[in-house]
Design a protein around this ligand. Sequence first.
Ligand code: ZN
Length: 162
Amino acid sequence: MSAARVVASLPALARSDGWAATKKNRAFTIVHGDGQVDVSIVEQHKVGHLIFYFAVCPACGHMARDLVERDGKLGCRSCLRVLHPDQALSGSKWNRLVVRPARQLARIDERLQRRDLDRNHRRRLRRRRQRLLRQVEEELAQRQLDVVAKLAAIGFPLYGAG
Ligand SMILES: [Zn+2]
């Protein structure tokens, strides 16, 4: 079994020049073997200003951050069984530091929509919202660094690294 190669990464795609058009089309094309494969994009988890984009895996239909190629097959980490170093190990921390605060943020945003909140209540909610948002963003940024460092440590070919 050969090493897996990331052929499309949504975070990298989202930073690219063509992203506005890609987002509008809700799809992008990747070259695979002798042909091309059209991949759909879905938008998920609108929390504050955090929007997550996923590719729909052309092989299994799951939502995936990255599409990978291994032994000539195109798919996602799940169906090609390419391990994501951080995921399985820290599920509870993920829930505590990302999922739970993200849900709290969604509820706060709902409450802030209401017109009958008094000013102090609104201010408290806003402060709490800022705190939660910072916490989620910091944890996500830290995880991204951890994943990149772990992948680099095992010699995994990272996207953008040629
Ligand atoms: Zn898949």
